[in-house]
Design a protein around this ligand. Structure first.
Ligand SMILES: [Zn+2]
Length: 148
């Protein structure tokens, strides 16, 4: 059950990410001193140690960098959904920005609706958001065709 799944811990550093997600936007911290993007959110730039940053809108496009199929023991909320996939997606804007999520066929579909055997490394994907609580929309990923 999705309702029993653990929710992300939202604090003052990560709140802008989650507020953007509720609006259907994928935003990343961008250092306003050196320009470097970073994820996950943190107070200081790991490149130049600046504390100044802005939240930049991303295209939501990326590619599958890697994926796994988790096996039991799993958290109880995920047991009935196995087997399912967990993908690591690198964003088009910066290949060092990697997000962990699930490849799904529809924004609100279950995490086991895409057969892990059909997932390919390098596959283009785009972000979608699933509202799982009043204040949480989780980013997830949907495959896109190569051809425009
Ligand atoms: Zn910086």
């Amino acid at each position: 059950m999705v309702a029993a799944a653990p929710l992300p811990k939202i604090d003052s550093v990560t709140a802008p990410f989650w507020e953007a997600a509720l609006r259907g936007e994928l935003r990343m911290q961008a250092c306003t001193a050196c320009g470097r993007l970073r994820f996950p959110p943190r107070p200081m730039c790991p490149n130049c140690q600046s504390l100044e940053h802005e939240w930049r809108l991303m295209s939501g496009r990326g590619t599958v960098w890697s994926f796994v199929v988790p096996h039991p023991p799993l958290l109880p909320a995920f047991m009935p959904l196995a087997p399912f996939n967990v993908v690591v997606v690198e964003l088009d804007e910066d290949a060092t920005l990697r997000m962990v999520g699930n490849l799904v066929a529809s924004p609100d579909g279950p995490i086991n609706e895409v057969d892990p055997g059909t997932i390919a490394i390098g596959q283009p994907v785009r972000v979608v958001f699933q509202r799982v609580a009043d204040d949480v929309a989780l980013p997830r990923w949907i495959a896109v065709e190569d051809a425009p």
